[in-house]
Each structure stands twice: as C-alpha cells, then as structure tokens.
Ligand binder design. Structure first.
Ligand code: ADP
Ligand code: MG
Length: 457
C-alpha cells in the first residue's frame, strides 16, 4: 500500500470509532507525508489541529495505522503549512536513527477512545448514531425524554437488556446529549464496578468525605451494569444514600443492568425498590430489519466497499448481539480496504467463519451450567444437586430448557450431564419452562438475556 492508500484505510477505521462531526473537523486535510522505519509523519493543516489530534486522537490514529501495518509504532505530526517543519522532515528522512523518539511503545496498549476525564463519557456514543428498532423503542424514548427534562418524570430511569444490545450506548448518549445542552451540568458516567473500586479506595485512604461529595454533587449520574452490586453490601449502602441525596434534589439518575431489578439476586430490598421507583425500559435483541439498518448506518461511509448482499448475509448470520454484528462488519471492511475491492459472498463467509462459529457456537454444557448458576447467584453444585428447594429447581429446569431449546442437545445427553437424571425429567422441565416463556413476557425476557449471555466469552 502506498501512503495515500494506507491513510485512506486508516481513516476508514478511525471514522468508525469517533463521531462524524469530530471526524470531519479534525481529520479534514490530513495526509501521510512520510514513513520511515517505524515512524510515520502525519501532515496536518494547522498547529491547532495538531494539538487536538495529539491530545485526543493520537491513540486512535496510531492504533489504526498499526493495524494496517504492524511496523508502524509511532506517529509524528507535521504542520504542512509550515515550510520549516517540512524542511525538517526532509532532514529527518535521512537522519531518523538519531531522532529522539517521543512516543513510547506502551502507547499501543490503550483504551480505545478519548474518554472525557471529568465526566467519563465517551463521545462516540450519541443518539444520532443509535438505530432505533422495535427492540429499543421504549428505552430510546425514555432516554430522550430524560435528556429533555432531566430529574423530572423518569427518575430513575432503569434500562435493562442482554449483552451487546446498546445499553451502554444509550446511557452514554444521554450523558453526551445533556453535556451538549446544559453546559453547567455536572455529569458522571460510572460502571458499577468502578463505583465499588473507588469506594474501596476511599475507605482505605480515608477519603470518604471526598468520595461522597463527588457523587452527591452531581446533576446527572449514570451507573452502568448495576447488577454487579449484587452481594456487595457496602456498595449498596453507599449507592442507596447517594441515590437518595440526588433524588431529593431532583437530580437525574440512570441505571443499566443486564436484567430487571426483580431478577438481581442478593440486593437489599430498599435498593431494589429505588430501582423500580421510576421508569423501567428494556432492550431486546434487534430483529432482522433493525440489524440490517444498524449495519447500513455503520457502513454508510464505505458504500463502495460493501454490497447490500453482504450486509444481508451478516445481519442474517449474527442474531444475538449488536457488538458482534459490528465486529463482523469491521472485519469485512478491513479486508475490503486491504484488498481494495468489495468482497464476494464467498470471501465474506470465509472472513467471518471464525466469528460465525462463535455466534452460532457449539457451547459446551459445562459453560451453560456455569452461566446459569452465576446468573441466579447459585453454586454449580446447588444447581446440579437433587435438592427440591424451589430456588434450585427453577434454574435447573431453565438450564435443561436452554440446553434443549437453544443448543439442541439430546434429552439423554442432558440427563446424563445434569446429574444422571431420568430423561423424562428433562422433557418435563422443557415443557414447563417453554409454557412459561409463552405466557410470561417478563420471564421470556429473562430467558433471552440468559441465552445472550451464553454467547459471551
Ligand atoms: P451493552 O452495553 O448493552 O452490552 P453496548 O452499548 O456496548 O452494549 O453496544 C455494543 C456495540 O453495539 C456498541 O458499539 C454500540 O455502539 C453498538 N450498538 C448497539 N445497539 C446499537 C444501535 N441500536 N444502533 C447503533 N449501534 C448500536
Ligand atoms: Mg454495557
């Protein structure tokens, strides 16, 4: 690849990872000027742009280039309007070895995007690039309502749904939108595990006052994956008080979780009732049309590299998880850019073979047992035991149902692996759970979430 092609391909990747507005603003009129050993020199139109790219997008740029050409380990910026600096590169060209290298290799190990240090928000998640389908209509409507009137009607907003379905995206979109609309708002996005970590550190360092203040002074608090507070008493207590303080001041709180409040095990009742006290909205797996629309949105700038057939194929083959959908698309696009022509269906199939085997994977019974046990906060022994306790029986039956219904294991195989049961027990369980799924939408949702989790690493 020549430098022009290389940069075009890198831009393609960068574009996928940052907002369109930022992309257009900061990457306009940039070009690769020179590659020398492991350094590339990126020409930029002004020192202002240089500063932005260096501060905000350096990692994206380096990562994309490094993906395309593993030899590239450093990027340097040159203002192209500046004759002197251009002269300098020419010198550098002949003299690279003596050049002091300012970017270290460890910069290749980076979180992917430029997260705002104060709010913790990632600008790539916006409402503009979120595709609304029947699966996310309610959650999206509630999220937009929150941005229009934070702290009023839907407080708290509790969004739940399976892995990779857009919960974090929506949650952060709320933050990014409000940040734009209300400059003075103090906003914080925090995954619940991070809340726990910070709390623990504050206790150890005896800085509880500071910790409390930092959360209780906010105008908008966004807590991601709140199911992880299960079983963590101190976290729950602190979260409860934080919630109350904010709520009383009409400050907005939004939670996400992989399951509805009712299905979170080991949380205090008073916290559960807070979660349930506002608006609860779910996100489920997108249908085929929505998956296709998401693929179209994510590939809209690469229309010449990918045909509609291929998008159909990807949408069809990857039903469970938008993150995987995106991963598949990116992989196909990367190949297309490298080869510089749109892949055929056959090529696509082979590019995606490894992802697809994952998506439609053979999932070992052991893994299912592990996932179900952890979902219901049971030990694997209890799940597999012959105990008739209700809290064990139901998850056990669900395990059987999933093994049969989703993964198509034989009754006899399931009977054998689940503690040497009679295979009529399995048939009975599948029937019972199957009927409940049909009758009870909340339960059906729980099963979908659980199924989705099976496909997680
Ligand atoms: P979750 O938090 O539910 O596990 P994420 O919000 O991290 O899922 O979504 C996974 C990926 O899929 C993200 O890159 C996100 O931008 C993308 N995504 C999910 N849903 C949508 C959607 N409806 N429209 C556009 N992108 C989506
Ligand atoms: Mg998430």
């Amino acid at each position: 690849m020549d430098l022009r092609e290389l940069w075009k391909a890198a831009l393609g990747e960068i574009k996928l990872n940052i907002s369109k507005a930022n992309f257009l603003t900061w990457f306009k009129n940039t070009s690769l000027i020179e590659q020398k050993e492991d350094i590339v020199y990126l020409g930029v139109p002004s020192s202002f742009v240089q500063e932005w790219l260096e501060n905000k997008y350096h990692k994206n740029i380096l990562q994309s280039l490094n993906h395309l050409d593993a030899n590239i380990k450093k990027v340097k910026y040159i203002v192209t309007s500046n004759k002197e600096s251009l002269e300098k590169i020419k010198k550098i060209k002949t003299d690279t070895r003596k050049e002091k290298i300012s970017f270290s290799e460890e910069q290749l190990d980076f979180p992917q995007f430029s997260v705002d240090a104060e709010t913790n928000l990632n600008p790539k998640y916006t409402f503009e690039n979120f595709i609304v389908g029947a699966n996310s209509e309610l959650a999206h409507a509630a999220a937009t309502a929150v941005t229009q009137n934070p702290g009023s009607k839907y407080n708290p907003l509790f969004i739940y749904g399976g892995v990779g379905l857009g919960k974090t995206h929506l949650l952060q979109a709320i933050g990014n939108q409000i940040k734009k609309d209300k400059k003075k708002f103090r906003i914080r996005y925090v995954p619940s595990e991070r809340f726990t970590n910070d709390l623990v550190n504050a206790i150890v360092e005896q800085k509880m006052d500071k910790f409390k203040k930092s959360f209780r002074n906010l105008d908008l608090l966004l807590i991601d994956d709140v199911q992880f507070v299960a079983g963590k008493d101190k976290t729950q207590e602190e979260l409860f008080h934080t919630f109350n303080t904010l709520y009383e001041k009409n400050k907005q709180i939004v939670f996400t979780s992989d399951r509805p409040p009712k299905a979170i095990p080991s949380i205090e009742e008073r916290l559960r009732s807070r979660f349930e006290g506002g608006m609860i909205a779910d996100i489920s797996a997108p249908d085929f049309e929505t998956r296709l629309a998401i693929l179209q949105e994510k590939s809209k700038d690469f229309a010449q590299l990918i045909s509609e057939d291929i998008l159909h194929y990807i949408a069809q083959e990857i039903p469970h998880n938008v993150r995987e959908l995106e991963g598949a698309l990116n992989r196909v696009l990367a190949q297309a850019r490298l080869k510089n022509h749109p892949p055929t269906l056959e090529e696509t199939k082979s590019i995606l073979a490894s992802i697809l085997s994952n998506a439609r994977q053979y999932i070992p019974i052991k893994k299912v047992i592990k996932k179900v046990a952890s979902f219901y906060d049971l030990s694997e022994e209890d799940l597999l035991s012959h105990s008739r306790k209700k809290e064990f029986v139901k998850p056990r039956q669900i395990t059987m149902y999933i093994l049969r219904d989703e993964l198509k294991y034989s009754y006899s195989n399931i009977a054998e692996k689940l503690g040497k049961r009679d295979h009529t027990t399995i048939i009975h369980a599948c029937k019972k759970i199957g009927e409940e799924v049909k009758k009870n939408p909340v339960f059906a949702q729980e099963i979908i979430i659980l199924k989705n989790m099976l496909y997680d690493k």
